[in-house]
Design a protein around this ligand. Structure first.
Ligand SMILES: [Fe+2]
Ligand SMILES: [Fe+2]
Length: 368
């Protein structure tokens, strides 16, 4: 369909998006009967306020391109082009993954509250995915979203796991986009190499609101936030943060092109997401404990060695690869066993994106 100007042809790009490797954005399915039975009456007031925000649709006209997108981007170095396209492909896959999960929940349940919420969120994610895909098309690269719907493997998560994982991915999405936006607005305006970044501010208001929806949902189901579930919450916090850390650190040049030191970016974003999550999670990560960062760094370094081992082949390297993966498993377990911070939940928990604007003039958190 598209003539690719990258080394990889278009079907290769779709294949990359289709790759179900642990670190790539995944597609999810859940127990629709259980979702149908969710009763949010404990948080009725907060719920209705939130639905009214979704209905008002403040970003209705935001995702429209202007003449800036007609600029010539052929001056990009091959590396920047590759890194940027890679970033867009993983973003579009994540947006689209949310879009189809939310659309599927809306389609499969009769519960009015769930239908409304997931209908609105699917609308937003569809817009986000479409907007990114348009930019990919400018680079003559396309991700075939309808093909992905059929070809990607779907992971089954029971509803509470969908809540934890999706809440975190929405809030971390907000934290990433707002940091990127403010970096270009405050610190490095000369490094904004593509107009799409100017859309990130309003865009991340949507992601913040999606996170709020899961916060209200979980607060309306208090059993999801008690007992053994605190361990699951800690698991998801660590899994989401580590995945981001390892993926971003493998893309250091892309962050440098934006004017970011990847360590600083990840520390700021993880810290912010962890803080935001105190609105709903009774336990959070102790990000002041340097050991947490050291363990994530170890997994990143392990991951850096894997491609060379795979390329080299042979029994010795295959064993080394297995040992490295085992070490990653053990390191993640250590992360899980590192004490978290207890967080008594407050009755007034709703938040706004404006409350979390990053102040990039404050010194960066210390590097590991
Ligand atoms: Fe989105
Ligand atoms: Fe979202």
């Amino acid at each position: 369909m598209y003539q690719s100007t990258l080394d990889a042809p278009v079907n290769e790009t779709t294949r990359v998006a289709q790759d179900d490797a642990v670190l790539n954005p995944n597609f999810y399915t859940t127990d629709f009967d259980a979702m149908d039975k969710v009763d949010v009456s404990l948080m009725r007031k907060e719920w209705d306020e939130l639905i009214a925000e979704f209905r008002a649709d403040p970003n209705k006209d935001h995702f429209k391109r202007n003449a800036e997108f007609d600029a010539d981007f052929s001056h990009y170095s091959p590396q920047l082009k590759r890194e940027f396209v890679d970033f867009l492909v993983s973003s579009v896959t994540a947006e689209f993954s949310g879009c189809i999960l939310y659309a599927e929940i809306k389609k499969r349940v009769r519960n009015k509250d769930m239908r409304e919420l997931f209908g609105f969120m699917s609308r937003d994610e569809g817009r986000h995915a479409g907007f990114i895909n348009h930019t990919l098309n400018d680079f003559r690269v396309g991700v075939d979203l309808s093909f992905l719907t059929k070809a990607k493997k779907y992971r089954y998560f029971q509803p509470k796991f969908i809540y934890y994982a999706t809440y975190l991915s929405e809030k971390i999405g907000y934290a990433r986009y707002i940091h990127i936006y403010h970096n270009f607005a405050q610190r490095n305006p000369d490094k904004r190499f593509h107009p799409i970044f100017r859309w990130f501010e309003n865009w991340c208001w949507d992601e913040f609101r999606h996170g709020e929806a899961f916060a209200v949902l979980m607060r309306s189901q208090p059993h999801t936030l008690r007992g053994v579930n605190k361990w699951w919450i800690k698991f998801f916090l660590n899994a989401v943060f580590t995945t981001m850390y390892v993926r971003d650190h493998a893309r250091r040049p892309f962050f440098e092109a934006m004017g970011w030191d990847v360590d600083e970016f990840d520390r700021r974003v993880i810290r912010m997401t962890n803080d935001i999550s105190k609105q709903v999670f009774p336990v959070v990560i102790d990000v002041d404990n340097e050991r947490v960062w050291q363990l994530m760094e170890r997994m990143h370094r392990n991951n850096q060695t894997l491609p060379a081992l795979r390329r080299a082949g042979g029994i010795v390297n295959a064993v080394k690869e297995k040992l490295t993966l085992l070490d990653n498993g053990i390191t993640f377990l250590k992360l899980l066993l590192t004490p978290g911070k207890e967080n008594p939940l407050k009755p007034d928990f709703r938040s706004t994106p404006e409350a979390w604007l990053p102040d990039l003039r404050t010194p960066a958190p210390a590097a590991a």
